[in-house]
Write a protein of this length. Structure first.
Lengths: 250, 126
């Protein structure tokens, strides 16, 4: 019995919509899951905030906790001025969190295991940092690349390195989330495949299958942690980058 | 905790004692929140990293690889545009490696990124 661990990441068209400049634009399974994520987050937040109880119910507690969590993250990394980006960071956090969590449900699809999705998110952050940085600080934004207390002789070299370091941000920002989700899901699939292959061997195989089965259970718990942690890391890095746009001076 | 406060407020809103205890409780909550903020303030980035060594390893390695890849890509583009092959690739690959190491040191907290550090210090003074 052959199990292909990559199969789960395949994108297939669900309904073709139109062709644009030679490219077929179709509604894929990835788009479907993203739509579900957006609907789920919206339903949670709208449903939770509609009672407006002083003593929050369960749903309202979840919404308030996620608000407090993201708000504290922003305040502690980008200061109170960073709160103007709260809607953006909150949206990113909830989207990534729900994408990771929904991806853990068997037979569903993990949107964040597609590099193009995470790159799109990271590039959005990257360009917002650049545009907002220039809009707010003008040419002072370039101070970001000029660290203080560096001898004049090696300053050009340092500036080059700083610029490269800045340019590498969207790469590491997107690859981290993508690689975590991809690796986690492949590992899960491989161990799950072991269970099926061993169980097919007969009674002795059943005992053998117990070991990878336990591993799958533990890995699922780990993946749950990773799913949350990566959403948090994505949000906190966004805050750190936005902080650079707000305070580029040293 | 919220329940208790709400009940206390609703039960005897006019007696001084109830008002005082409600205020004390509110103060306690405010202090707790402040303390929680302060502890999360410190190495905000590090906290995420130490939460799991696995995540930390991924983080640092992706930082290094990102620097090298961007340097190599930029060098390759410069080679193509200006026809100075292979010098662009050589120089920018080295610079990219340096940037990657800088990224790693920054995210590991060995070298703090200055803007971030300054702001934290300012916060602590306030």
């Amino acid at each position: 019995m052959q199990v292909d661990p990559i199969h789960q990441f395949q994108i297939h068209d669900m309904l073709p919509m139109m062709t644009m400049a030679g490219h077929e634009i179709a509604f894929t399974n990835s788009a479907l899951v993203m739509l579900i994520i957006v609907l789920a987050v919206s339903a949670l937040m709208i449903g939770a905030s509609s009672p407006r109880a002083v003593v929050p119910g369960r749903l309202q507690s979840i919404a308030e906790m996620s608000y407090e969590f993201v708000a504290n993250t922003i305040r502690s990394t980008a200061g109170t001025e960073g709160m103007r980006f709260f809607p953006f960071v909150f949206t990113l956090f909830m989207f990534v969190l729900f994408a990771n969590m929904i991806g853990l449900i068997p037979f569903s699809f993990t949107v964040t295991s597609q590099l193009i999705v995470t790159v799109a998110l990271a590039l959005t952050v990257f360009f917002i940092v650049i545009i907002f940085g220039f809009w707010r600080n003008g040419l002072h934004f370039f101070n970001l690349f000029v660290p203080k207390g560096v001898p004049k002789l090696i300053l050009p070299l340092i500036v080059f390195i700083e610029v490269l370091s800045f340019l590498s941000r969207p790469v590491s920002h997107s690859v981290r989330l993508f690689a975590n989700m991809l690796a986690g899901h492949i590992t899960l699939q491989v161990f799950a495949a072991f269970v099926i292959m061993l169980a097919g061997l007969g009674v002795l195989g059943w005992f053998g299958a117990a070991l990878p089965f336990i591993m799958v259970m533990l890995l699922t718990a780990l993946e749950l942690l990773v799913a949350f942690l990566q959403a948090y890391v994505f949000a906190i890095l966004t805050c750190i980058y936005l902080n650079d746009a707000i305070h580029p001076g040293h | 905790m919220n329940d208790a406060r709400a009940n206390g407020d609703r039960g005897k809103p006019h007696t001084d004692e109830a008002a005082l205890s409600a205020r004390l409780q509110r103060l306690g909550e405010g202090l707790a929140r402040q303390r929680a903020n302060e502890t999360s303030n410190d190495p905000a980035e590090n906290r995420a990293a130490t939460a799991s060594g696995y995540a930390r390893g991924f983080r640092l390695s992706s930082e290094l690889v990102a620097g090298v890849i961007v340097g190599a890509g930029l060098g390759w583009l410069i080679d193509r545009w200006f026809g100075v092959s292979p010098w662009g690739l050589i120089i920018f690959l080295l610079l990219g490696f340096a940037a990657g190491v800088l990224n790693v040191m920054r995210s590991a907290g060995v070298v703090a990124s200055q803007g971030f550090d300054d702001r934290l210090r300012k916060d602590r003074k306030n």
